[in-house]
Design a protein around this ligand. Structure first.
Ligand code: ADP
Ligand code: MG
Length: 614
């Protein structure tokens, strides 16, 4: 173990000034980072009901000798850095030797520690920066730092603290960000009166992640997408949230670079873009992204609190990260959806339409080759619809028309192809329904297969959001009002969310004590489906969830899911057409609100390949 030394003045001069201890969260961060640097397998964080009153971090790491313990609280005292050239490739989380000194200066700090080579431990007490006492103490190998009465001697900083709750929340985020990024450490985290968790070593990132983010997942859904890979010498590991877990803010994104939890606009943007357009542009994925990169390619000495890092080659890191995330998403999202929509990014909803990935195999294949060219034209909804219905001249399409257009198949003489072409002109083109579940439509370059439920869900979700976040939508009045019996809770939910229900298009009035009369339902969906969705909304609209989403968001999802046509429901030709038209008029036709595929495309090339034509 290297001894602690005071840094030479010329090295100090090259270090970005001081650890800023501005709030309890900063104390927790520094103490945790020290514990990690000490090689701890167990780290226990204990916080008082008011975090500025008490923060204690205990570890089972290397500990310090008596001399080192007394040194450690001095300014620029560190065992982690010697020469200024070491600054070029820092492998530890700390390096400035200032944290303990800065904390000790503004609090009552007690440090107790024992190294493996000592039989007894050492206790060091500092009050407002003044060393009070160094004494012997019996203890296990490791270190415990207790910080009490933070800012007792700097009342101005004390006044700047936010509410107890928000200081506790900020601190908890710091702790959780390390809990999540360091699954190979046994963590304990207690906040008096609030939190008490004991998390033994986890096998991998996903196992840890699932503890926090697995709960809200809908049944059967994954807690997240495990993520690992190497691109351009950078090793990526972590967990990506599913598209349906996307949030309205970035609070649930965690980044670590060589073990250091950082905030990084570069990584944030790369993460977002890696999701391609699987999530709406105003939402952010959740996830945990750790990267291991040659330390000499990272500058950690750019920010006073080391919260940010700079990469020597930002664009390389950005590109690699985006590609790694994108690849993981391609594997996660059913074939044909994720593939090929990458280059466009969120602002290009139809960027993937022309690509020809082999569905069914895209998921196992490398993504190479299935990428659209960057110069691909951007289609809008109308153009997309046109592309769908343009005469393909494909045999498969011809026979479909023969069936659906009421022309008996055997009536089609080989010479009638010209006439058939006429039939294929826009609105008449046939859309097949396969087993009351999938819609099949010929398109210019092949065939598109649409999941009717998923497609309708996407349509209704966007429609519902528009209504809920806007001025509302049209109501279809019922000839005979429908009366529903409600539970007390359902009635409360209804009263609480009355405005939202009205915006969706429901017209409801009280009718007796526990009954309501539904006089109108959202236009554009059948009455039965609307009633089903309403019943479901009254059960779930008020449910607590941890997503931080506005209720409108959840209401839109529930509504869409329960009002959409079921799989197994026969659809008339005009209903099929309307569904296809409306799907491609949405902002994100590729996936339903849960990130599942709405359609896959089968190209002529793929068919030809399968039939051995090329
Ligand atoms: P830095 O981490 O930048 O070196 P600090 O002020 O945080 O500066 O810590 C000073 C020194 O005290 C560290 O270099 C390390 O040698 C020692 N130290 C601090 N905390 C611990 C701990 N939990 N276990 C072992 N050594 C520690
Ligand atoms: Mg430190």
């Amino acid at each position: 173990m290297t001894r602690i030394r005071i840094l030479a003045p010329d090295v100090v001069g090259k270090i970005r000034a001081g650890e800023v201890i501005d709030r309890p969260a900063a104390v927790a961060k520094e103490l945790i980072e020290n514990a990690i640097d000490a090689g701890s397998r167990l780290i226990a964080v204990h916080v008082g009901a008011s975090p500025e009153r008490l923060i204690r971090v205990l570890d089972d790491g290397a500990g310090m000798t008596r001399d080192d313990a007394a040194m450690s609280v001095k300014r620029h005292a560190t065992s982690k850095l010697e020469h200024d050239r070491d600054l070029e490739s820092i492998k530890t989380l700390g390096f400035r030797g200032e944290a303990l000194a800065s904390i000790a200066e503004v609090s009552r700090m007690t440090l107790s520690t024992r190294s493996a080579e000592d039989l007894t431990g050492t206790q060091v007490e500092v009050l407002g920066g003044t060393l009070i006492q160094v004494s012997g103490v019996g203890r296990a190998v490791g270190t415990t730092v207790t910080v009490e009465d933070l800012f007792f001697n700097t009342p101005a900083r004390l006044r700047f603290l936010k509410s107890r709750d928000s200081e506790t929340r900020a601190l908890a985020r710091v702790v959780w960000s390390y809990i999540l990024t360091m699954p190979a450490i046994h963590w304990r985290f207690q906040v008096e009166g609030k939190e008490d968790v004991d998390l033994p070593l986890a096998g991998d990132f996903l196992e840890r992640w699932a503890l926090v983010y697995g709960r809200g997942a809908t049944k059967g859904a994954e807690a997240g997408v495990p993520f690992e890979g190497e691109i351009a010498g950078i090793l990526f590991r972590g967990v990506l949230g599913t598209p349906e877990q996307a949030r309205a803010n970035r609070d649930h994104q965690f980044f670590a670079v060589n073990g250091r939890v950082v905030s990084s606009p570069t990584l944030g943007a790369a993460l977002r873009q890696g999701y391609m357009n699987l999530i709406p542009s105003d939402r952010y994925p959740i996830g945990l992204l750790t990267i291991e990169i040659d330390p000499s390619l990272v500058d950690v000495n750019v920010h006073p609190t080391k919260r940010e890092v700079r990469f020597r080659d930002e664009s390389r890191v950005f590109q690699s990260t985006r590609a790694a995330v994108e690849e993981a998403m391609r594997r996660y999202v059913p074939a044909g959806v994720g593939a090929g929509i990458g280059a466009g990014g969120a602002g290009r909803p139809f960027a993937g339409v022309e690509f020809a990935a082999p569905p069914g195999e895209a998921s196992t294949q490398e993504s190479g080759g299935a990428r659209p060219s960057a110069s691909q034209p951007l289609l809008d909804g109308l153009e997309m619809a046109r592309a769908l219905y343009a005469p393909p001249g494909a045999l498969g399409a011809d026979s479909m028309v023969a069936r659906e257009g009421g022309i008996p198949g055997n009536d089609v003489a080989p010479g009638d192809v010209g006439a058939l072409r006429e039939n294929l002109a826009e609105p008449e083109i046939a859309i097949w329904q396969l087993h009351d579940r999938y819609l099949l439509a010929p398109i210019r370059g092949g065939l598109v297969i649409i999941d009717q439920h998923a497609a309708h869900e996407r349509i209704l979700y966007e429609e519902a959001r528009e209504r809920l976040f806007g001025a509302g939508g049209p109501t279809q009045h019922l000839l005979f009002p429908r009366v529903l019996d409600l539970t007390r809770e359902e009635l409360d939910t209804l009263l609480l969310h009355e405005t939202q229900m009205r915006r969706l298009g429901y017209e409801v009035s009280l009718f007796g004590e526990r009954q309501i009369a539904v006089r109108g339902v959202p236009a554009s969906i059948p009455e039965e489906a609307a009633m089903e969705a309403l019943k479901r909304l009254l059960v779930t609209a008020d449910e607590d969830d941890a997503s931080g989403d506005p209720p409108e968001e959840r209401i839109a999802k529930t509504f869409a899911c329960h009002a959409a046509v079921r799989s197994g429901q026969p659809l008339k030709p005009e209903e099929r057409r309307a569904l296809v038209d409306r799907l491609f008029a949405t902002g994100l036709p590729h996936g339903d609100p849960h990130g599942r595929a709405t359609y896959v495309r089968l190209s002529m090339e793929e068919l030809d390949r399968r039939f051995g034509r090329r």
